[in-house]
Ligand binder design. Sequence first.
Ligand code: L34
Length: 294
Amino acid sequence: MTIIDGKKVADQIKMEIGAEVEKMVAQGLKRPHLAAILVGHDGGSETYVAHKVRACEQCGFTSTLIRFEDDVTEKKLLDAIKSLNEDSDIDGFIVQLPLPKHIDEQKVIEAIDPKKDVDGFHPINVGRMSIGLPCYMSATPAGIIELLARYEVPTKGRRCVVLGRSNIVGKPVATLMMQKHNPGDATVTVCHSATKDLKEICHEADIIIAALGKPGFVTADMVKDGAAIIDVGTTRVPDSTKKNGFRLSGDVDFENVAPKCSFITPVPGGVGPMTICSLMKNTLLAAKGAVYGK
Ligand code: L34
């Protein structure tokens, strides 16, 4: 059994990006510039955005963090997006999700210029990705594919079960896993809250990608011997023994599932760091005009 070290891979890739940025700067080009909009004070979002700012430093990027309180109006947020769309110094930007309920998330996503949508959430990027055109790939699915590639997890002709059908993970990762590409070329089944016989379906899988946000959902009896398991869940579970009062829990019962697997990603230290690393990759592509031109 191999534990996939997402943190190590992410650190390696950030070093590679950093070296490329220093070359760009030596040639007189400007540093890539990523902006992030953070609304409110959700604990998870605060942590993830802080990690993104830190990753920018590691990659030699300039970063700008724009904060709004929970009660910001949709109009004000859309105005900020418009300014970033028009600001020629900004190569790419993200609006950290989730947003407060009074704001229409889809409207916000569609207000972002697809050329600066380094999250890859705009329908233009999602559509281009789904038919294999150059685009910004959404960060978590791209990070998962990178891990499968670096660890040479066999995917061609294999059965892959994706648990969850969200727009930011389940749907795009299912799309990538079925593409005629390596990693990919898998036979993909997507399971969700209305799926019948979910345990039996999982038991057939050579690869399980769990992205439903239910701690410990994937148990050992659902996993075939030798399967590869990718755990996307990062739920904060109250834990009084921890200094900060919680621990991070994946969607997989790691302790009991790991001994049966060929490969497994841990939480933390698996997919999470790769999500951030993919965002850095997209920002570098944006700065180079590699997807949509300058
Ligand atoms: N706009 N919203 C936008 N873009 C994104 O790409 C995200 N996502 C998801 C939530 N909302 C978003 C993230 O950034 C999830 N996500 C994310 C990013 C990083 C990590 C987890 C989720 C991460 O770094 N996880 C660490 C542990 C972090 C901790 O200590 O809490 C890990 O090792 O898994």
